[in-house]
Ligand binder design. Structure first.
Ligand code: FES
Length: 141
């Protein structure tokens, strides 16, 4: 016969496993579309606005000049560029539909780059962007 204490212990263990499972499932959603760029020029990356055609409002940008990818988010005619490097210990991040996950120690960031779940304490690095002649310019400085 189970005691009240053992019932609570097993219930808490089940809740922890369910919570971990939910985070795992969220981070394993369909990968976002990616664009691979051969090079950067003059401390900036250019991505054609047409790269978003039929791909939703988020695009992962990969360049050989950067150690980690950039998540480029379209919001109307403005673009936000988030560097996908965890601010806790510098591990690469996994973006999903609504959040950005770190598999190393479980930090979670929102699509503004703000910390949603520690241990990371600082927001993600963002790069300024501008649109010139249908090119989204990401300034890497
Ligand atoms: S490196 Fe991302 S949470 Fe530790």
């Amino acid at each position: 016969m189970s005691t009240r204490r053992s019932f609570i212990k097993s219930g808490c263990a089940a809740c922890i496993l369910m919570g971990a499972g939910m985070s795992f499932l969220e981070s394993c959603s369909t990968p976002l579309p990616m664009i691979k760029l051969a090079s950067t020029t003059g401390g900036q990356i250019a991505v054609g606005t047409d790269a978003f055609a039929n791909k939703g409002n988020m695009l992962v940008v990969r360049s050989k000049q950067l150690e980690y990818d950039i998540l480029l988010i379209k919001n109307a005619d403005a673009y936000k560029a988030l560097y996908l490097r965890c601010t806790h210990e510098g591990v690469g991040l996994t973006p999903a539909a609504n959040k950005i996950f770190c598999s190393a120690h479980g930090s979670v960031f929102d699509l503004e780059g703000k910390v949603v779940k520690e241990p990371a304490l600082r927001p993600l690095k963002t790069y300024p962007t501008e649109v010139i002649n249908n090119q989204i310019i990401i300034h890497l400085s």
